[in-house]
Design a protein around this ligand. Structure first.
Ligand code: UD1
Ligand code: MG
Length: 469
């Protein structure tokens, strides 16, 4: 049985954040969730996952409520990685385990296969007490270095802060990922001391204790990406861009065209159908789904939206929690807010804002319009500058517009109000009462034309200009 101990009690001071480090997000997911996925896969249904948190990490404990299958052990106060594993042991979390895998909550790119390899290596070697994942990196700054003797055998892990100038040049680093023989680990943990520059109990010292006990330490060399530990915002940015590049590559492999993919931001939960075209500088976030054949124009920012097939989103739209039907055309410069539901073939154009708006198939609202708390029947045309006045300062009210209605330009619909099917609302009308089916609604101040008034005005103006000249 394998127990996976996930270390997440560190203060993450180098992030300079109010938020616990492991809850910072890369490609739209908290670091912790990525490591938890791997931990659960390695533990399997027979095993157990324990997350070590500090008393200060209430937000992490709260976050873990969504994972009832995960145990929580409190480390109070956090006094190093070795002390963190002690906290898990003290909570009885290691009981009956054959192997204890230790992962860091801040090393998010590690793959399940890599961890499984580590466990295999350990269990196959009877003398081995620990298998540790190492990586050879260009810049080892901040990591513990793998110190070897002349015969290249493992000697110890030296933390950067405790290392000599010579040791600092070593580019093979400790990824912070280990598989331990549980019986040995439980014997070694009480022997750890905090005699080092950080006055912490280092888990890495367990490896030296293994050699002392005439057991072996097996090193497994992994790829440098899987070693990336997030200690600073700069590290987080590196991990984020690696994940987003992977997402872009996966989308392209699945049949989407990404124009200038390096400028496109895709969260993990985004799915793109075949023959989707995503133009440069598009940001697709959350659980956004795009149906096949759709085009997402340059600069669009989209979160948690669902697009049908052959949708065209023209450049620079902002879309959140909206549903867009097949062959609809949106934009440029459209804002679709939460609760927007556009039917098949709907056209919503520039400077149109929608919120809680259900537009049935074929509706057109192409220019400068606000549609909030409304339902609009099929084929209705909404003219330029139409506004649903949905808020009276106290409450939101609904505007219901029927099928085949023609709403002229610059109409205000003062909600609550209902417009019957086939009605015609004259341009400039302020609608304050319901309009029956097939009726014409007109509410305008009568117009007066003063003959020659324009000419008189111009004459006065030019006379004035001469005087001042
Ligand atoms: C650690 C390793 C280092 C390795 C690096 C890989 C030690 C002593 N050093 O250093 O060799 O190269 O990871 O990324 O282990 N944590 C606790 N309780 C604590 C302290 C830390 O749970 O008291 C957790 C942190 O939340 C984090 C992980 O352990 O998830 C690693 O801690 P961190 O402080 O980031 O250690 P590093 O300096 O990165
Ligand atoms: Mg770290």
């Amino acid at each position: 049985m394998t127990v996976v101990v996930l270390l997440a009690a560190g203060r993450g001071v180098r992030m300079r954040s109010e938020r616990p480090k492991v809850l910072h997000e890369a490609a739209g997911r908290p670091l912790l969730d990525r490591v938890l996925d791997a931990a659960k896969a390695v533990a399997g249904s027979a095993g157990r996952v324990v997350v070590v948190v500090s008393k200060e990490s209430a937000a992490v404990v709260e976050h873990l409520r969504a994972h009832p299958d995960v145990r929580v052990a409190i480390q109070d106060p956090p006094r190093g990685t070795g002390d963190a594993v002690r906290a898990a042991a003290a909570a009885g979390a290691l009981e009956k385990a054959k192997t204890v895998v230790v992962l860091s909550g801040d090393v998010p790119l590690l793959s399940v296969e890599t961890i499984r390899d580590l466990v295999d290596v350990l269990t196959k070697d009877k003398k081995a007490a620990v298998a540790v994942l190492t990586a050879t990196v260009e810049d080892p700054t901040g990591y513990g270095r793998i110190v070897r003797d002349k015969r290249k055998s493992f000697v110890r892990i030296r933390e950067e802060k405790d290392s000599s100038n010579g040791e600092r040049k070593i580019c093979e680093i400790n990824t912070g990922t280990y598989a331990f023989d549980r019986v040995f680990l439980e014997k070694a943990l009480p022997l750890l001391t905090s005699k080092n520059s950080q006055s912490e109990f280092y888990l890495t010292d367990v490896l030296s204790l293994a050699l002392k006990a005439r057991r072996t330490v097996v090193t497994v060399s992994g790829d440098p990406a899987s070693a990336l530990g997030v200690n600073s915002r700069a590290d987080l940015a590196v991990v984020d861009s690696i994940l987003r590049r992977r997402n872009a590559e996966a989308a392209m492999a699945a049949g989407a065209t990404l124009l200038r993919p390096e400028t496109i931001t895709l969260d993990d939960g985004v799915t793109l159908g075949t023959d989707v075209v995503v133009e440069p500088f598009v940001t697709l976030l959350g659980k956004t789904r795009v149906g096949s054949g759709s085009v997402i124009g340059q600069g669009a920012v989209v979160k948690d939206a669902v697009f049908g097939r052959n949708v065209v989103v023209r450049p620079y739209c902002v879309i959140e929690s909206a549903v867009v039907g097949d062959a609809a055309i949106v934009g440029p410069f459209t804002r679709l807010r939460e609760g927007t539901d556009l039917g098949e073939g709907v056209h919503v154009g520039n400077f149109v804002e929608t919120k809680k708006a259900k537009l049935h198939p074929g509706v057109k609202a192409n220019h400068l319009t606000y549609l909030g708390d409304t339902e609009i029947g099929a084929r209705t045309n909404v003219g330029a500058g139409v506004i649903t006045c949905n808020y009276d300062g106290f409450q939101k009210h609904k505007t219901t517009i029927g099928r085949d209605v023609f709403v002229g330009s610059d109409v205000q619909l003062v909600a609550p109000v209902t417009i019957g099917d086939g009605a015609l609302i004259a341009a400039g009308t302020t609608v304050t009462r319901d309009v029956p089916k097939d009726a014409l609604a007109l509410a305008r101040a009568p117009q007066t034309n003063l003959e020659g008034g324009g000419a008189t005005y111009r004459a006065r103006k030019s006379a004035g200009t001469k005087k001042t000249a």
